[in-house]
Design a protein around this ligand. Sequence first.
Ligand code: SAH
Length: 255
Amino acid sequence: MRPAAVYLVGAGPGDPELITLKAIRRLREADVVMYDRLASEELLEYAKPGAERVYCGKSPGRHSMPQREIEKRMIEYALAGRTVVRLKGGDPFVFGRGGEEALALAELGIPYEIVPGVTSAIGAAASARIPLTHRGLSASFALVTGNRCHGDTAPVRWDLLAQGVDTLVVYMGVSRLGEIRSELLRHGKSPATPVALIERGTTAEQRVITGTLDHIHKLAEAMKLGNPALIVIGDVVLVREQLLLLEAEARLQIG
Ligand code: SAH
C-alpha cells in the first residue's frame, strides 16, 4: 500500500479565526488529527465526522507524548494509508519542531506538506497593537527562544541580539525572564527599553502588561504571568501606548 500524506499544519496563534483556508481544507481531508495543546480545540470541528483525534499534549516541562512517540505514531498512520493532519499552534516551522517531523517523514519517503500558520508573535503583536517594525523605531525584529535546552549547540546570542536587532520577541521565556533580562542588560540594552508581556495573545483571555526592561521580571511576578506568553522588547511597544491613548481620547470626544 502506498503511504498516505501527512500535513504539518499551522493552527494560528489562538483565535480560531486566524487559521488559513488551506489548513481547513487539510483538516477536512484527514483521517487522523494529531493536535497540540496550543491548537484551539474549536478547530477540530473542521475534521470530518469519524476522524480520529489524538491529543499530543505538550505543556511546558510536561510533555504528555514524547516527540519521538509523536513521530512514530504519525508514520504508522501514514503507512497504514490514513491521511494525517499534525495540527500545531502558530506556525509549524517556528519553534514547533516541524522541521524534525518533516525530516522523519522525508527519510521514509512519506509524502508530506507544510501548511504555514500565523505565528504567535505576529498574532499577539497585532492584537496587542504593537507593530513589530515601525518607521523611525524599528527596522528589524527577531524571534528568539527563551529556553534553549542544556547542551544545545546553538545557544541564543543575547550579546548580538541586544545590540543588533531593534525588536525582540521571546517565545517560551516566562520561566527564564530574570535571566533574559540580566543577559540583555549585561550586553548593553538600556534598562528603560519598553517591554510588553502578552499572555494568551489573540484569545478572549488575552492579557497585556507593559513596562520597562528594568523591572519586567517583577511585573511578570505581580501579574502572575502564565503560559502561553510572549515577551516583546523594544521601542515599538510605545506605539501601543500611543494608539490606546488616541483611542481613549476619541471615545471621550464621542461620549
Ligand atoms: N509554533 C508556535 C510556537 C510554539 S512554542 C508558534 O508559531 O507560535 C510555544 C510558545 O509560543 C509559548 O511558550 C509562547 O511563548 C508562545 N505562544 C504560543 N501561543 C501563544 C499565545 N496565544 N500568546 C502568547 N504566546 C504564545
